[in-house]
Design a protein around this ligand. Sequence first.
Ligand code: GUN
Length: 286
Amino acid sequence: MAAIIDGRRMAAMVTDQVATDVARLRAHSGTTPGLAVVLVGNDPASEIYVRRKVAETRKAGMRSMEHRLPADTSEETLFALIDTLNRDDDVHGILVQLPLPPQIDAGRVLDAIAPTKDVDGFHPVNVGRLSTGTGGLVPCTPLGCMMLLESVVDDFRGLKAVVIGKSNIVGKPVAMLLLERECTVTVTHILTRDLPAIVRSADIIVAAAGSPRLVRGDWVRDGAVVIDVGITRMTEADGVTRLVGDVAADEIGHARAYTPVPGGVGPMTIACLLANTVRAAELAHD
Ligand code: GUN
């Protein structure tokens, strides 16, 4: 039987470590790490994520600054806020919740955040640092995927990893992290030809296509480790709404281990955001 990789347990361990690091930083340098979260508009999913991020930040003993701007906010207003946050020494991490309203160019906004405060790891400087293996802040979900993998894989060197999905938030950065661990990495996506055959060759599968139950049992080779990043909310025939991953988890009993949905990768994202915020605060005081 495949082992289930418990993301909630792992996230609790990361959060505990963050709380310890926060207490130490406070005792040694008198600094309380601060995270500024910026929400423009009132996208319902973003509201839920932001509320959770704020609550978890406070629970870990950090300062949380929430900035809510109306949906018709101009780019100039948002840039002015980011400029203020970049200069504020009490702010160690800045997160602008995506998606942004259509009048705002998300790429330009991410470019405006100071790379040292970019706890999402989306700034081109951090993307470049990740791809050259020279430090920097790493995007939260890929970081969480690696921690989950590390709980079951001792030696990554030479393993074949197949990433499904090429997003800037998950697919590309997780591929870079796997490459850094000396896996042989294949990045695929929904238009990849012979996708099942390619996935079947993998020791490690990271499914991040946002396509519910895309990866079927016969795509997964015996003993593979499967990380399911997909979370799609689906209303089924019985009228009940469920969260569905990119992997048909009921068909992969022959895998070595896999992350469930929910309770796998999801809880790790916020835990890693907290870890990145402490790291940014530590780097600011080195
Ligand atoms: N919206 C969905 N996922 C994310 C994320 O990881 N960071 C930010 N800033 N916005 C998001």
